[in-house]
Design a protein. Structure first.
Length: 423
């Protein structure tokens, strides 16, 4: 794997690792449930809220500069997190880490678009990028448990520092992406941040009054984006953004519901629950590479549809035959690792190169918003009905998503279009 692609992929690896590494360490991080929730959600909230802004900054100020800013922020913030002396201090630092994470994702996608201008090679590179990040999801719970038990909870933040420095060294020759003089859409950026932040707060805290400012600022954002100099040009808005939200709605919601099911119904310990999810997480560590090559050959439509269908089948199998949980989670894992790289290629490939950053930011913002909605809605639905009913509803949502991506417009990214025949 080329040095640059490794460095860019490690940046996304850090983002995914920090999403899951705290999970098994939460009891050691804070005594109260509320403190534990906010240590986890503080990162997710700012990550989701600033993705669009980070994408706009990547295009305006140059993806290379924004990526390095994210890495150079992630390392010291992680070290400060390890030195935290109180729960509020750790929550605040986790929120700042979420902003640094938001800087890394769209900028790394934009740099891949520049470094791999041919559509087929770009699709393969994005598959590698997604696969390396998938190892972060796999490694997070296992590494977090090992480090916490061996060295204490502070070690789960210290481990970010050498990874960030390695990523910085490998990506130091990233291609220059000159800043694009564009109008600063302050209204769009501020309204997007407020809308996503207040929506996340409302869902996490079950404070429904917070939906009022969320809806109001979302309306402001939609209206502001009708201008020709908007942060998110209308040509970048597609059903693939909604499809991305649906993938993470299902994935995060199912993980949350099954985590409760495994521990409360089956009596699994937290570490056993983490191991039970390995059939889901392991495919995300290697299958995106295959997906990238497949997309390069035949385009993103068939892999995206197949991913949604596999996710739906796995979720339904878990609902109807819990004894076949391993097979169900394998289907779900392969489905996720087919759908997400395909959607990334479709969204970034459809955007002009100078808007690759905001396109990647838009998709990831949609995905993170879907994740918040999945945990909130499915988490509330499961106790009121049953795990089987909740999973069946999720499978139906994924079937709708399959139909949606089947009819979405896609860019030509096959190897024959790129100038070489399929092998």
């Amino acid at each position: 794997m080329p040095r640059l692609l490794t460095g860019l992929s490690l940046g996304y690896f850090l983002v995914m690792l920090d999403t899951t590494i705290v999970t098994v360490a939460l009891p050691a991080l804070a005594p109260s449930l509320s403190g534990q929730q906010w240590i986890s959600n503080g990162y997710t909230l700012t990550f989701a809220a600033f993705l669009l802004t980070a994408g706009a900054w990547s295009d305006r100020y140059g993806a290379r500069r924004i990526f390095f800013t994210g890495l150079l922020s992630f390392a010291p913030l992680s070290l400060l997190s390890a030195l935290s002396v109180s729960v509020p201090m750790l929550i605040a630092l986790r929120a700042l880490l979420g902003i640094a994470a938001a800087l890394l994702v769209p900028s790394s996608l934009s740099l891949i678009a520049v470094a791999y201008p041919e559509p087929a090679s770009r699709a393969k590179a994005m598959g590698v990028w997604a696969a390396v990040s998938g190892t972060g999801l796999v490694a997070g719970p296992l590494l977090g448990g090992l480090l916490t038990e061996t060295f204490g909870w502070r070690a789960i933040f210290v481990v970010n520092v050498p990874v960030a420095l390695i990523a910085l060294a490998l990506s130091r020759k990233a291609p220059a992406t000159p800043p694009k003089p564009r109008h600063t859409d302050l209204t769009g950026q501020v309204s997007a941040v407020i809308a996503l932040s207040t929506l996340t707060y409302a869902l996490v805290e079950r404070n429904w009054w917070a939906l009022l400012p969320s809806a109001s600022t979302a309306a402001v954002f939609v209206i502001s984006q009708r201008r020709p100099d908007a942060m998110l040009p209308s040509r970048l808005i597609s059903r693939n953004l909604l499809a991305g939200a649906m993938v993470n709605f299902a994935l995060s919601g199912v993980l949350f519901v099954l985590s409760l099911y495994f521990q409360k119904t089956r009596g699994y310990s937290p570490s056993s629950t983490g191991l039970a999810f390995l059939p889901l997480t392991i495919p995300t560590a290697f299958n995106p590479i295959f997906t990238g090559r497949l997309v390069a050959r035949i385009g993103p439509r068939i892999p995206a549809v197949s991913g949604f269908l596999l996710m739906s089948a796995g979720t339904l199998l878990q609902a109807l035959a819990p004894a076949l949980s391993v097979a169900a989670l394998v289907l779900l894992g392969f489905g996720v690792s087919l759908a997400i790289p395909s959607l990334l290629t479709a969204v970034v490939g459809s955007a002009p190169r100078e808007l690759a950053g905001i396109a990647g930011g838009a998709l990831n913002a949609a995905r993170q918003t879907g994740a918040v909605l999945g945990v909130a809605i499915l988490g509330a639905l499961a106790p009121a009905s049953s795990t089987a009913f909740t999973l069946t509803i999720t499978a139906a949502v994924l079937l709708v998503g399959a139909g949606m991506v089947a009819w979405a417009p896609y860019p030509a990214v096959t190897e024959s279009v790129a100038g070489s025949s399929p092998r």
